[in-house]
Design a protein around this ligand. Structure first.
Ligand code: RIB
Ligand code: CA
Length: 303
């Protein structure tokens, strides 16, 4: 399965990119970067660092610096740390970005691999909305779009109503949901079931001393956030769960519905079922143990 991950790395993004590198059924052909957990230049630098660490020579195409209708962004340093990798801050700036900006790169890859390419969006949907606006054929050229985002039947994580990726660009999210390719929405409804605890990271670091050790080092910050804010032992495998949904859809239970994104007021960014909009597959439940075990099994194969 040919895959591009649109990402704002980010601690759980790093885990998802590592999973994609380790999964034999995934042919990761590139990363596109977006603002979100980090500022855009940090997202791209972190993406290039991860690919180098994973010995993957695939392009990183840089995308949006901020949301539709805005002219700045403030990174979620309280969740992902000052450089996007928790307490690990000395991230080298390796290599260069692809010459094409993300929206153009996505359109070009969807055209080149017509009907074969899956895009997994694990940050704000700005680049995806830009690609749909750039090329009316983008949606039909894609095999599928799998999105980590939303909280359709459960509470949010940025506010009680809204999940971070949607909250970061509600206008772009609605634009994607209103002109969707074949789409699966992997929201907090399922990613708050696929939890990974400190002991899981410790065990992973024993199996994979280099990359697993790096993930353990960067996840301490993330685990402290979950403990302090949500009084929860363990962090959600948000982005990895979405990547796993790309190839293991049978591990998820979905319902087909249109989705409205609240655009203002205290519940801005909330994702609400709306039968009057184009239907997408919204994940309602998941084989959480199966997803966590598959994640651990694949990551354990890394050096
Ligand atoms: O709400 C979780 C999502 O927001 C994940 O993609 C995480 O990386 C952040 O981007
Ligand atoms: Ca992310």
């Amino acid at each position: 399965m040919k895959l591009i991950i649109d990402t704002d790395p980010g601690i759980d993004d790093a885990m998802a990119i590592a999973y994609a590198a380790a999964a034999p059924e995934i042919d990761l052909i590139g990363l596109t970067t977006v603002f979100g957990n980090t500022l855009i230049d940090q997202s791209s630098r972190n993406a290039r660092f991860l690919l180098d660490k994973l010995n993957l020579t695939v392009p990183v195409s840089q995308g949006a610096s901020w949301a539709w209708g805005r002219d700045s962004h403030r990174a979620s340093v309280h969740v992902h740390g000052p450089e996007g990798f928790g307490d690990v801050t000395d991230i080298p700036d390796l290599g260069k970005n692809h010459h094409m900006p993300a929206a153009e790169y996505l359109v070009e890859m969807a055209r080149c691999h017509k009907g074969q390419l899956t895009v997994c969006a694990v940050g704000p949907l700005t680049n995806i909305a830009d690609a749909i606006a750039l090329d009316p054929a983008f949606s039909s050229n894609l095999a599928r779009l799998v999105i980590m985002g939303g909280a359709v039947f459960c509470r949010g994580n940025v506010t009680q109503h809204a999940e971070a990726n949607i909250h970061n660009d509600p206008i772009a999210a609605q634009s994607v949901f209103d002109r969707p390719p074949e789409t699966v929405l992997v929201g907090l409804d399922v990613t708050m079931q696929t939890l990974y605890q400190g002991s899981d990271f410790d065990a992973l670091a024993k199996q994979s001393p280099d990359f697993g050790g790096f993930l353990r080092d960067i996840s301490d910050f993330y685990l402290r956030f979950y403990q302090d804010i949500a009084d929860q032992d363990g962090c959600g495998l948000h982005d990895s769960t979405a990547v796993i949904a790309c190839s293991h859809e049978d591990m998820f239970e979905t319902v087909e519905t249109g989705v409205r994104v609240v655009q203002d007021g205290p519940s801005v960014g909330r994702t609400v079922p709306d039968p009057n909009r184009p239907a997408i597959k919204v994940c309602q439940d998941v084989d959480a143990v199966g997803v966590v075990n598959l994640f651990t099994e694949r990551l354990s194969s890394l050096p």
